[in-house]
Design a binder for this molecule. Structure first.
Ligand code: NAP
Length: 262
């Protein structure tokens, strides 16, 4: 049975990826900080699909998180055939007013962990001539993002990194895919401290852009990875934003992003 390691599997897109990969015949290694929520996903998957599920609580903002995880999977005798680098969060607000330790954690989780986990698991995939890496970037990768500067920059990194490695591994039997979701209904808004409307409703971005369902976005990501596509997105509005950002000057796209972020 092939095995997938999914980071950020305790909620949102990660929990949906767990269900989808299990349905498609994968055993699962579920990683995030919140063990209780990981166990809930584990129970759900085991009841629905009778797959083997390992839960490994791990804070990916720690320096040695990737090597610790790799060692743990080796001790458990698990070969990771597919890796979903999904864990991530935003940090709403002006960059210079942000909390430095939260900013550092964002870079560790959104960028550092994606690089280090890919570095840990990719060589064995190449040796086996088989493997599938799915990195969750964002439509935010397409422009600079005032009021979420680090988040947008981190996702631009994930897209560029994924595209480059995808090209390097072409023909080896291993594929690398970057999924670029638009706004999606998950725990992201509150985890990213996004400012809510005066009525206590959604943030500016989630009000202006109708969010997609986590299930639909995760299905699109899985399909793209399965077919070895390098870049993928879900929904007409998201695709239009990505396309438009290639046509307009950067000065326009960053102002638009600043307006969207409100
Ligand atoms: N929702 C959107 O609108 C949207 C749009 C574009 C891209 N994305 C991307 O989609 C991915 C999934 O996010 P989501 O929307 O599903 O949000 P979410 O519901 O908040 O899920 C984020 C996941 O990341 C995990 N995580 C956060 N910090 C972590 C840390 N230090 N160590 C380990 N795990 C950590 C969380 O688990 P714990 O809290 O248990 O650690 C959680 O499972 C992210 O990369 C996000 O940037 C989301």
């Amino acid at each position: 049975m092939p095995t997938v390691l999914i980071t950020g599997a305790s909620s949102g897109l990660g929990a949906q990826f767990a269900l989808i990969y299990a349905r498609e015949g994968f055993d699962l290694v579920l990683v995030a900080r919140n063990k209780k929520r990981l166990n809930t996903v584990q129970t759900h998957v085991e009841q629905m699909f009778h797959r083997k599920v390992w839960v490994i609580p791990q804070d990916l903002s720690q320096d040695d998180a990737a090597s610790t995880l790799h060692r743990r999977t080796q001790e458990l005798g698990i070969h990771v055939d597919a890796l979903v680098n999904n864990a991530g969060f935003g940090d709403y607000g002006n960059f210079w007013e942000g909390n430095p330790s939260r900013q550092s954690a964002l870079l560790h989780v959104n960028v550092g962990a994606v690089v280090s986990l890919t570095r840990e698991y990719l060589p064995a995939m190449i040796r086996h001539h088989r493997g599938m890496i799915l990195n969750i970037a964002s439509v935010a990768a397409a422009s600079a993002g005032p009021h979420m500067a680090l988040y947008y920059a981190s996702k631009a990194f994930v897209q560029s990194f994924s595209e480059a490695v995808a090209e390097e591994v072409r023909g080896t039997g291993v594929t690398v895919t970057a999924l670029l979701p638009g706004p999606t209904s998950t725990g992201f808004e509150s985890a990213s401290h996004m400012r809510h409307s005066a009525s206590g409703g959604h943030s500016s971005m989630f009000t202006k852009l109708h969010p997609a369902s986590a299930r639909d976005v995760a299905e699109a990501g899985y399909r793209a990875a399965r077919h070895g596509r390098v870049l993928a997105s879900y929904g007409a509005a998201t695709r239009a934003m990505i396309f438009a950002s290639r046509l307009v000057p950067r000065s326009v796209s960053r102002r638009f992003a600043g307006w969207i972020n409100g």
